[in-house]
Design a protein around this ligand. Structure first.
Ligand code: VG1
Ligand code: CO
Length: 562
């Protein structure tokens, strides 16, 4: 190995957010050594004795600049004593697949190259994140230490003779004390999924002419997985897989599976062309699932999966516990209560679930942001969520004369548990200053306790909503006792309704304001309303009365409504 030490200077703002460091490609490329600094800072934090000879997994969602970044990571890793790197074919590995590989191959950790659902290409975003040996995102203690390194860094080391010309060809490349192995992107992950689900039963559902399935990879990494798993393994016709060729700029799209950015799929589902339509984000950890003319809210999705756990072979021996992130609708705890298993409410971001899973107290969890997963890995998992729904549908239809749809299953669930009407409003690319001012305005009302006892008469039927409590969510990890503060402003009403305000931690420029609304109904006559109209009073209180959102941000409408 020809190792060179190169001097450098710190760059500002290399602080990982909700899920790694996400920056405009221009910022990364225009600043020589921007990436080098961050990668060296990761290695500076890892204990030398663990790093020496260790195996790391490297891969990503295939976005622009990943190819160059991968070669840089090889060189810096080799110079820092890493022994072996497993890299996905063509640099492609979904985030959940990386988590599975780290665990299966007992790697020290992984470097994941993705900005997830953010757009890519020369003008889009680049992202990088470090995962630990459990396969999950590094906890805040580690990301804070990496950030500290980035503010002090003076030099980095790289092995200049290391490079792999063709990442398309499987196989091993060896240097003195260092090797790179190009592995199949799907094999390890598929092997794990086969231990979780009954593929035979799902094949029967897929073969049922009453069931029409569609999958949209949004030109992200899951195209590779979709072809192999849905088509080759389960028999879905190839023409039912759309946008399944990974593209460096996501085909000039926004690889965020929601009602705004997946219009092609949404249109087909609204027209009743399919019985199940699914999409995943750039790196494959998110999922959107739609039924025939039916929107499956992600908060409902994870609750229904939990309630139907017996249909999924992996959960045969029972559930250890259930969890959701704070802004996710409260549907999950009703299931936990009913099944008599422990329930946890954690801050936004998957890293908080990992500790609970490692301690053996959590089986299924999810977020309102189209993230669903279980303790089979330590990341949320889009394909897994699709397979859960396929398995649940297969189970319900195994001996049924008429077809049991996604909507039927959800309606059944609401009848049993009641329904959480739920919506999230996103205001993207707001200037940081007014966004912070708006949050401060809400915080002020929380601090002075002026909101408590406040009553609002609703326009719809004149009923009264009264605020019971309001706080800035703080989480104490029950396992390692670490405390995470400032995790979202919460307004809770006496009937259990909630309004939550957060600033996004995954954007690369400006601020994104997220406002979440949750209202519970259990009366059978109250289950079939339109979500937006049923929430309209709560939404008005949240946007106008409490936040004065338009005044601060000058926005009339959100960019995305979920
Ligand atoms: C968003 C979502 C959060 C999710 C995170 C990472 O974070 O709200 O639930 O865990 O993205 O998802 P924020 O801070 O922007 O609200 V992904 O698919 O980017 O790894
Ligand atoms: Co993602």
């Amino acid at each position: 190995l020809e190792i060179k030490t190169i001097s450098t200077k710190p760059f500002e703002g290399q602080k990982p957010g909700t899920s790694g460091l996400r920056k405009r490609v221009t910022e990364v490329k225009d600043n020589e050594y921007y990436l080098h600094n961050f990668v060296q800072s990761i290695f500076n934090v890892l204990p030398k004795e663990q790093l020496s000879g260790a195996t790391l997994v490297v891969g990503g969602d295939g976005r622009y600049f990943n190819r160059e970044a991968i070669q840089i990571i090889f060189q810096i890793a080799a110079a820092n004593g890493v022994g072996h790197i497993l890299v996905g074919q063509n640099g492609l590995l979904s985030t959940p697949a990386i988590s599975a590989i780290v665990r299966a191959r007992k790697a020290l950790g992984a470097i994941i190259l993705t900005a997830s659902h953010n757009p890519g290409g020369p003008k889009g975003d680049f992202g990088i994140k470090y995962n630990m040996s459990n396969g999950g995102p590094a906890p805040e203690s580690v990301t804070n230490a990496i950030y500290k390194q980035t503010t002090e860094i003076k030099e980095f080391a790289m092995a200049t003779n290391v490079s792999v010309a063709d990442l398309g060809e499987l196989g091993k490349h060896q240097w003195d004390g260092f090797s790179v192995e190009v592995i199949d992107s799907v094999d390890d992950y598929l092997a794990l999924l086969k231990t979780i689900f009954d593929f035979n039963q799902i094949r029967q559902l897929v073969a049922n002419p009453k069931f029409r399935f569609n999958f949209d990879a949004m030109s992200g990494v899951t195209g590779v997985y979709g072809h192999r798993i849905f088509s080759q393994e389960l028999g879905v016709p190839v023409q039912n897989l759309i946008n399944c060729v990974p593209s460096e700029d996501f085909n000039n799209g926004h690889p965020d599976p929601n009602l705004t950015y997946a219009p092609e799929l949404v249109k087909k589902m609204k027209a009743g062309e399919f019985d199940m339509g699914c999409a995943s984000d750039g790196d494959g950890d998110r999922n959107m699932i739609l039924g025939n003319k039916f929107f499956l809210n992600p908060s409902d999705s994870v609750a229904v999966i939990a309630a139907n756990y017996k249909a999924i072979p992996y959960f045969k021996s029972g559930l250890k516990g259930l969890a959701r992130s704070m802004p996710t609708s409260a549907a999950m705890e009703l299931v936990a209560k009913d099944l008599n298993v422990p329930f946890f409410e954690v801050p936004t971001g998957w890293k908080f679930f990992g500790n609970l899973m490692d301690a053996g107290t959590l089986s299924i969890c999810g977020e309102e942001s189209f993230g669903t997963g279980s303790d089979h890995i330590r990341e949320k998992d889009g394909i897994w969520a699709v397979l859960c729904w396929l398995q649940i549908l297969a189970h319900h239809n195994a001996n049924s004369a008429s077809f049991v749809s996604i909507e039927d299953i959800v309606q059944q669930h609401w009848k049993h548990y009641g329904r959480n009407y739920y919506s999230r409003y996103d205001y993207e690319e707001i200037d940081t200053k007014p966004a912070n001012e708006m949050m401060a305005h809400i915080k002020e009302q929380i601090n002075t306790k002026s909101l408590i006892g406040k009553r609002f008469t609703t326009s719809a039927n004149g009923s009264v909503l009264e605020i019971a409590s309001a706080d800035d969510f703080e989480y104490k990890d029950p396992i390692d006792k670490s405390v995470s503060s400032n995790q979202g402003l919460r307004i809770i009403f006496t009937d259990g309704s909630r309004i939550i305000y957060r600033l996004s931690g995954t954007g690369s420029t400006g601020a994104t304001v997220r406002v979440y609304f949750d209202k519970y109904e259990k009366d059978h006559s109250q289950l079939s309303f339109d979500t937006q109209s049923h929430l309209s009073s709560l939404i008005n209180i949240g946007l106008v009365e409490i936040a004065k959102l338009q005044h601060y941000t000058n926005r009339n409408e959100p960019n995305v409504i979920t």
